[in-house]
Design a binder for this molecule. Structure first.
Ligand SMILES: Cc1cc2nc3c(=O)[nH]c(=O)nc-3n(C[C@H](O)[C@H](O)[C@H](O)COP(=O)(O)OP(=O)(O)OC[C@H]3O[C@@H](n4cnc5c(N)ncnc54)[C@H](O)[C@@H]3O)c2cc1C
Length: 307
């Protein structure tokens, strides 16, 4: 079985992992990124909110990022999936599904989160095309267009609808339960339409989406549907390696991205350092920080040995 040796292995090649690798590679650290290629925004047509790259396709963004890394002889990016991580006192060994091992002194887990789709026909196909979750990423492009909003609770849906209306989106709130009179009046005052009904299926239209409903009109045709999706942290590898998880399943880290395992770091959406909103630019920043933290950790180790 082929074995690659490195200073650090980064699992995940989203903005977090690639950015961590760039920082480490530029410090002369031998770094191997293993990436399964399922970045969370892959399904979206465009990526927004990233200074200098607003409006590029996610595919182009990750291609550009990998091209930049390819300039550094210290950085290797492998397409693959890490299935297991074994820790030693001085590092880790990562096993690749495709065969082969990578041994390294430090591990960065940058595996992101996976979206969980409700059992609604057509949902997965429309995800990122006409179903969105993040107003910061996709509201601006829908200004003046008709968008339906649903949420796991009426409060969540109301908050999302008010948020979108504030950006100038023509918003209609879908409610499976009757809204209290006070909320209904508030929606009217803001120009937010309210329709009774629960989403049972969705189907892409040449432009927009048909949302089939139960408990209200048969369907509504809109330019987009905003939802509050479920998700799960891809923290399985860290758990296997004995790292502590936070209550929401993310990997518990300190401000330097250190987990409870001395040789394992985590960053981006999979880590508890996650803050107000999940965006690529934040992940890139987090990745850059954790890359520097790993580099300094290796530096301190080298200095300790000199004493
Ligand atoms: C539909 C949609 C649209 C979005 N649009 C925007 C937008 O316009 N602008 C914006 O800023 N943000 C957007 N986001 C949010 C953005 O995608 C996330 O904030 C960002 O991708 C998180 O980066 P990350 O590096 O933490 O994780 P990811 O980008 O999800 O990267 C994690 C990587 O790790 C890999 N991986 C996981 N497990 C393993 C393993 N065991 N072995 C190897 N590789 C593994 C995955 O395949 C993936 O490639 C959007 C999200 C969604 C769902």
């Amino acid at each position: 079985m082929p074995v690659i040796e490195a200073d650090a292995v980064v699992v995940g090649g989203g903005a977090t992992g690639l950015s961590a690798a760039l920082t480490l590679g530029r410090m002369g650290r031998e770094v191997v990124v293993v990436d399964a290629g399922a970045q969370q925004n892959r399904a979206a047509h465009t990526m927004h909110g990233y200074l200098t790259r607003d409006g590029v396709t996610p595919a182009d963004f990750y291609k550009m990022a990998r091209e930049e890394l390819a300039r550094y002889p210290t950085i290797t990016v492998l397409d693959g999936t890490v299935t297991d991580v074994a820790t030693r006192s001085d590092g880790i060994t990562a096993t690749l599904e495709e065969g082969g091992l990578v041994t390294s002194r430090r591990l960065v887990v940058a595996t992101g989160i996976a979206d969980r789709f409700p059992d609604v026909d057509g949902y997965a196909e429309e995800w990122g095309r006409s179903i969105f979750s993040c107003p910061y990423c996709h509201a601006w492009e829908l200004r003046g267009r008709r968008v339906a909003v649903t949420g796991t609770t009426p409060q969540m849906a109301i908050a999302r609808a008010v948020h979108l209306r504030g950006v100038g989106v023509d918003t209609v709130l879908l409610c499976k339960e009757d809204l209290a009179a006070q909320s209904r009046h508030a929606m009217e005052r803001l120009g937010i339409g309210v329709l009774p009904g629960e989403v049972t299926a969705v189907r892409g239209l040449p432009t927009g989406i048909r949302v089939a409903l139960s408990g209200g009109p048969d369907h509504v045709d809109v330019d987009g549907l905003f939802v509050v999706p479920g998700w799960e942290a891809r923290s399985g590898l860290a758990k296997v390696a004995g790292c502590e998880l936070a209550d929401d399943g993310r990997i518990r880290v300190d401000r330097y991205g250190r987990t409870t395992n001395r040789v394992i770091f985590a960053a981006g959406d999979v880590a508890s350092s996650y803050s107000v909103v999940s965006q690529v630019v934040r992940s890139a920043g987090d990745g850059s920080q954790v890359g520097a933290a790993v580099d300094q950790d290796l530096l301190l180790e080298a200095i300790r040995v000199m004493r």
